[in-house]
Design a protein around this ligand. Structure first.
Ligand SMILES: Cc1cc2nc3c(=O)[nH]c(=O)nc-3n(C[C@H](O)[C@H](O)[C@H](O)COP(=O)(O)OP(=O)(O)OC[C@H]3O[C@@H](n4cnc5c(N)ncnc54)[C@H](O)[C@@H]3O)c2cc1C
Length: 303
C-alpha cells in the first residue's frame, strides 16, 4: 500500500462550515468519515483529492435513538459495530444488525460508518438492502438546505448517489413498523469474511394476524445490478400468501429473473443469478423462523 499524496485537511465543527468549505474550495474535495473506503481509494486506487473535509467533529451525527412516534434514527457517523451490537436494533430489526455484522472485520466495523457505506454507493454495500427493506430515508443537508429521500432512491450507479458535492448525509430514519415485521439478510461470499458480497439479499415482511399471510413484502437484492434493487415481481408473488417452502422457491426464481448481474472476477452472471434464487428462498424461510442465535447457526442456514 503506497503513501498518499500530500493533501489539505480541514476539521470543521459545524455542518454549515463543512458544507461551505466544499463551495469555497471548489471541485475535487472529499468528506471523510471512518476512511475505510476513502483512504483505501487514496492509497491503492490512485484517488488524489484536492482537499479532505473531516466530518468527525460535527456534533450530533452519531448514535441511535427512538423517537416518540416509534421511528428510529441512526446518525450518519454511527459505526457498523455500534449498529451490530445496538440493543434497540437487535430487538427490533436483528437482520439490520446482521447486515452490519457482515462488513469486513471487527477492526473495520469499529471505523466504518453507515453514512460512508451509503455515500460510497457500492452496489454490494451490505447495509443498503436491509435499509431499503425497512423503507428507510436519508436526511441530506448543506449550508443551503435540507431534504429527505428514500434510501431506495439514493443510489444512481456504482459509486454514484443523488447528493451534490456540498451535501452531507446526516442521518437515516427507519419509520415505525409493525411489531409483526420479520426479516433476514443473507450475504453470499465464499470467503465468508473480509470479502465483498457476490450477492446480498434482504427480505422483510409482516406476518398477518390471520393465517400468517405475508404482507408488505420487501425483497431487496445487492451486488446484482448497478445499485441495490427491489425484486418487485417477486414481492408481488408473495404478497397476501401463506409462505411455504414451495412458494419460497417460486418467489426466489422470480427474484433471480429480476436480477441484472454482471460477470466479474468474483463470479459469473449466471452463478450470481442462481444464488439470488437460492438465497431469496432461504431469506424468506429464515425470516419466518426468527434470527439465528450465533454466527455458526447463521452461516449454516444460508443455503
Ligand atoms: C478491508 C475492508 C473490508 C470491507 N468489507 C466490506 C464489506 O464486507 N461490506 C461492505 O459493505 N463494505 C465493506 N468495506 C467498505 C467500507 O468499510 C464501508 O463502505 C464503510 O461503511 C464506509 O464508511 P466510512 O465511514 O469508512 O466511509 P469513508 O471512507 O470515510 O467515506 C466513503 C465515501 O463516502 C463519503 N462520505 C462519508 N460519509 C459521508 C457523509 N456523511 N455525507 C456525505 N458523504 C460522505 C466520503 O467522501 C467518501 O467518498 C470494506 C472496507 C475495507 C477496507
Amino acid at each position: 500500500m503506497k503513501r498518499t499524496e500530500a493533501f489539505e485537511m480541514y476539521q470543521p465543527t459545524s455542518l454549515s462550515e463543512a458544507s461551505l468549505l466544499l463551495k469555497e474550495k471548489g471541485p475535487g474535495g472529499r468528506f471523510l468519515a471512518g476512511g475505510t473506503d476513502l483512504v483505501i481509494a487514496m492509497k491503492e486506487k490512485g484517488l488524489v483529492p484536492k482537499y479532505v473535509v473531516d466530518l468527525k467533529r460535527l456534533p450530533g451525527l452519531s448514535g441511535i435513538r427512538q423517537n416518540s412516534d416509534g421511528s428510529i434514527v441512526i446518525g450518519a457517523l454511527t459505526t457498523m459495530r455500534e449498529i451490530e451490537i445496538s440493543p434497540l436494533l437487535t430487538k427490533k430489526y436483528p437482520f439490520l444488525c446482521q447486515s452490519a455484522a457482515e462488513v469486513g472485520s471487527i477492526q473495520i466495523r469499529n471505523r466504518a460508518t453507515i453514512g460512508g457505506n451509503m455515500s460510497n454507493a457500492t452496489p454490494s454495500a451490505d447495509v443498503a438492502p436491509s435499509l431499503i427493506a425497512l423503507q428507510a430515508t436519508a436526511k441530506i443537508a448543506s449550508f443551503r438546505s435540507e431534504r429527505s429521500v428514500a434510501i431506495e432512491e439514493f443510489f444512481r450507479g456504482p459509486g454514484l448517489n443523488i447528493m451534490d458535492p456540498d451535501e452531507i448525509l446526516t442521518e437515516i430514519t427507519i419509520p415505525k413498523t409493525s411489531p409483526r415485521l420479520v426479516g433476514e439478510y443473507i450475504k453470499f461470499s465464499p470467503r465468508e469474511m473480509m470479502d465483498l458480497a457476490y450477492v446480498g439479499v434482504a427480505a422483510a415482511y409482516t406476518v398477518g394476524e390471520k393465517e400468517n399471510r405475508c404482507e408488505d413484502v420487501r425483497i431487496v437484492l445487492g451486488a446484482v445490478a448497478p445499485t441495490p434493487i427491489r425484486a418487485k415481481k417477486a414481492e408481488a408473488a408473495l404478497e397476501g400468501q401463506v409462505l411455504s417452502e414451495e412458494l419460497a422457491e417460486k418467489v426466489g426464481a422470480i427474484a433471480a429473473e429480476e436480477a441484472r448481474p454482471i460477470s466479474d472476477v468474483r463470479s459469473s452472471a449466471d452463478y450470481r443469478r442462481a444464488m439470488v434464487g437460492a438465497m431469496t428462498k432461504r431469506a424468506l424461510l429464515n425470516a419466518m423462523v426468527g434470527p439465528a442465535k450465533s454466527w455458526v447457526e447463521r452461516r449454516d442456514r444460508r443455503y
